[in-house]
Design a protein around this ligand. Structure first.
Ligand SMILES: [Zn+2]
Length: 143
């Protein structure tokens, strides 16, 4: 049985909200997602917040190419490159800040990568499992 996961990350990849801000974010998120598990996660370093099985492609910043990474569409080298990227970020065996792209061989920063299905790099993540989203929540955030 498959499950869906809704992930929300800050636009600023290095941003980690204070504990009070995290509690507020969880409370607001709970209004949007009234049922099921939700959680806020803080990572020690940048984390690859991927789209799981829905990951389709990486967009190369220097050349603008869309590098497909799925078995249906992507070449074997592109799939290997993506798998290595994911594993390098997850394993943290070395500081991962620069990558060589598979399309044009450019060296790009981890934080400049963009993804065809929503994904990103972040130190903070708010997520919900099998969210049944309420879209008409009105929230007044503290100043
Ligand atoms: Zn490229």
């Amino acid at each position: 049985m498959s499950m869906s996961v809704l992930k929300i990350i800050p636009a600023d990849q290095e941003y980690v909200p204070s504990p009070e801000q995290q509690a507020t974010a969880v409370a607001v998120f709970r209004e949007m997602v009234p049922y099921g598990e939700i959680e806020a996660t803080v990572y020690e370093d940048l984390e690859f917040i991927d789209a799981g099985q829905y990951s389709e492609a990486v967009l190369c910043p220097p050349c603008g190419k869309r590098v497909a990474v799925t078995p249906f569409e992507g070449s074997d080298p592109a799939q290997d490159w993506y798998r290595n990227l994911d594993q390098a970020i997850t394993a943290r065996t070395t500081p991962v800040r620069q990558f060589q792209t598979t399309c044009c061989g450019a060296s790009v920063s981890l934080t400049s990568l963009q993804f065809d299905m929503p994904a990103g790099i972040a130190r903070f993540e708010l997520w919900a499992v099998d969210p049944d989203i309420v879209t008409d929540v009105k929230v007044a955030l503290p100043p």
